[in-house]
Design a protein around this ligand. Structure first.
Ligand code: SF4
Length: 259
């Protein structure tokens, strides 16, 4: 049987990319119709995509996202399950105190600093926001340990706003596929927000993360399992026959390959 690998077309893409030098082109290579189709397929694969960080309310979501920097969601969930069972409000977190918080989260990287931030952000929520998590990006980023990415995740997951929190997976996909190339997460965020069709914007953040985590993996993209393999313009792709378009079973958190 003929090998369906698409060396020749991959080489063609490589060639055209080479002419542009090593820097990614500033513009998306995808037409409006391509973008509609890409996100339509993602929406069929995962009609209700969900974030994988466990939380019980907006406050615990802020804490979980702040703890997730340079850690896996599975690792954070393992630590926060017990923590949130005893402290699910800023006041309870303050009552618990930095030392005991450290004990709960000591399996997470940078836990000393993160425990300090959890205390500081709980304090600030009480003094400046009446113990409630604020609903604007401008206010959220004033909380210790909360940057633009964390704020975007909270706005999306806790308050239903369409945002694009560019994590390592989204940053890689945007550049690898030449979908929304950019040198910084902010640049990628702005470009993605511009090109993603409105009707898909709300879930796009999770679709891209999950696609990156389970299919378009960092070390080796699994193009043979990819539903957009025919549309993908990445010089790294190794296959251009799209995988069958079916709804996927809910992912098993923590089953991702190390990326
Ligand atoms: S075809 Fe390969 S490189 Fe392109 S999106 Fe799919 S997994 Fe990633």
């Amino acid at each position: 049987m003929a090998n369906p690998k698409i060396k020749s077309s991959a080489q063609t893409v490589k060639k055209s990319n080479a002419t542009a030098g090593r820097k990614p082109a500033a513009k998306s290579l995808y037409s409006k119709a391509d973008l509609e189709e890409i996100f339509r397929r993602f929406s069929i694969q995962r009609p209700e995509p969900k974030g994988e960080l466990e939380h019980v309310n907006p406050f615990t979501l802020v804490v979980a996202v702040a703890l997730s920097a340079q850690a896996t969601d599975a690792g954070v969930n393992k630590a926060t399950r017990a923590l949130f069972a005893v402290a699910d409000t800023p006041q309870k977190m303050l009552d618990l105190g930095e030392e005991r918080i450290r004990e709960y989260i000591k399996t997470i990287g940078l836990y000393r600093n993160k425990a300090k931030n959890v205390v500081a952000l709980s304090e600030k929520l009480i003094t400046d926001f009446g113990g409630e998590v604020p609903r604007t990006r401008e206010e959220l980023v004033t909380l210790p340990g909360v940057g633009r990415k964390t704020a975007n995740v909270v706005l999306s997951m806790a308050f239903g706003q369409a945002t694009m929190a560019v994590d390592t997976h989204i940053f890689r996909i945007a550049n690898r596929l030449l979908l929304a190339p950019g040198k910084t997460p902010d640049e990628v965020e702005q470009r993605l927000m511009k090109i993603i069709p409105d009707e898909y914007l709300y879930h796009a953040h999770h679709w891209l993360i999950l696609h990156g985590r389970y299919c378009c993996k960092a070390r080796k993209p699994e193009c043979e399992r990819c539903v957009i393999a025919d549309l993908c313009r990445s010089p790294e792709k190794t296959w251009d026959i799209p995988a069958p378009l079916v709804e996927l079973p809910a992912q098993v958190i923590g089953s991702e390959a190390a990326s």
